[in-house]
Structures are given as C-alpha cells and as structure tokens.
Design a binder for this molecule. Sequence first.
Ligand code: CKP
Ligand code: MG
Length: 310
Amino acid sequence: MTDLLTLGETMAAFRTTGPLRLGGTAGISVAGSESNVAIGVARLGHRAAWVGVTGADEPGELVRRTLRAEGVDLTWSRVDTAAPTGLILFENRVADINRVTYHRSFSAGSRLGPADVTRAFDAPGPPPRLLHVTGITCALGVEPYQAVVEAVRRARVAGSTICLDVNHRNRLWSLTEAAAALRPLLPSIDLVIASDDELAVLTDATDPAPALLSAGVTEVVVKHGADGATSHSATGTIHRPARTVPVVDTVGAGDAFVAGLLSGWLDGVDASARLDRAVTTGAFAVASRGDWEGLPDRAELALLDHGPGG
Ligand code: CKP
Ligand code: MG
C-alpha cells in the first residue's frame, strides 16, 4: 500500500559556488518540490510514490536513480523519448542567497498528464492514504494541471486525504493565474499548506485561515519562515517557533516542513506533534546544503534535541 502519492516535475540541479558566468565547478543533484517531499517521507519510513516524467537522457537517469536510491516508488513514473529532462541552476551569490534559474520549458516533466495519474489510481490494491499536490505542477501547463485535477478527483473518490501546498512560483505564473487554477480545487482539499504571502492565492479574505476552514478545508498550516508555523483547524490554533539552526540553504525547507507534517499525519499523531515534526524537518533542510540531502531518518529526528552525543 502507498502511504503518500505525489506528482510533479523533478529536474537535474546544478549548484555553483558563484555566478555561472565565471565557470568553475558545480555540484550536481536533483530537485523538485514533490519528490523532495516523497524523499523526506520515505526517509522517515513511509511508502512514498512519485508520478512524473523524465527524458531519455543522463539528467533523467540521475533523477530516476536518485529517487530509487531514496526508496521512492517509481512504478507510475515514465520516460518520454521526445523531450529532455528539465534543469535547475542554483548560483550561490552571497551567504545563503541563491539565484535560481529554470530550464524547463517544453521539458519531459511538463508532459505529465491525467493518463499518468489514472494508471496510478487504477493499480490493484488500496488507494494511497495521502495525496500531495502543489501549485508548481499546476503551473507547468494545461496537461500537468489536468493531471492534478484528475489526481484530486480520484483521491476524493477513493477516500485518500488530500494535501495542497500552494508553492507559488512567480517565474512560472502570476498570482491571478494561480488563484484561478487553485481556488476551484479547494472544496476537495483536506489540508492546505502555505506561507503567509501565499494565502492570497487561495482567498481574498482579510483573515484567510478561518475563510479557508469555512470553505471546507480541515486544517490550514501557515509557514512564517524564521517565525515558525501555525496550524488552524476547528479545534483551535497552534503555533510552533522555528528551531534555531545555522542557515546554510533555505531552498527545500518548505518541502522538508511538509514531509515532517505528513509523516506525523501518517503516524496518526496530533496536530501539535505534527507541527513539532514539521519545524524539525524544516530545520534540517535549512541547516544543510541541497534541497533534500540533509533530511533526517527516523533515528536522526531527535538529533536537534540532544546533539550528536545523544
Ligand atoms: O518551497 P521549497 O523551497 O521547499 O521548494 C524547493 C523546490 O521544485 C526546488 O526543489 C525546486 O526544484 C522547486 O521547488 C521548484 O520548481 O521551484
Ligand atoms: Mg515551498
């Protein structure tokens, strides 16, 4: 049985230590919000599956090999011979500030469509316990958006819990476009995750969390960056401060947070313990270079409480 099913685009990632125009060396890895979450959840011992498309090329092999090595199920992913795997460049400028550039137009990843999702949901066996979708996949084009719509529809019918991370990306679409695409999904969403500034994508209300709860969402989790996170639900509001760690690389921190939160959900712990785990996994990502490389396994979760000496 799959605990968490997610879908999206994963790219080969090049991390430089300075401006690319100066040449030099780059670290090569993979990046993609949804697969970051799948990796985070898999490291914590849950069964995670990623639905996505890669090109028949070396970057695509890197993506597939990395996800497989991290224990992510690729049964419903596929290779498309007609388009290349997308690339993402992280050029380190100063301290933890990166310039991010996508090379993902017409990529294989953007050829994800509803048929990919149908194959996943038609597979024998119980449906996934959780479906996780993000605004990034919706922003990739009509077909990827339809894939998300279909995944949400099928998950609803199957009784899976559905999580939406707004994950707004200005480089991919405008706030208005994001609002038009994501708001119609809301009646089917159980758990919304957004940073403060992303809530306007989902509602025009001056007090967004209560408005989303009245629209039928069960829990709204708002990330405040260095100021922690807040969970809003019918049972009340819970706040957790961020954990204090040295800031090395903030990219991927949102996904790490989501992985911790969803892992807590899969374990059946309460909202307060879910938030504790989310700020902990988020802190691991902030304190390590790379989107997902520093994410903890089960035993490491307590490291920030006790330090390496235990
Ligand atoms: O919101 P986060 O910083 O956690 O997301 C980072 C990911 O998918 C990163 O892996 C990148 O590839 C992306 O978001 C993206 O498409 O921007
Ligand atoms: Mg994010």
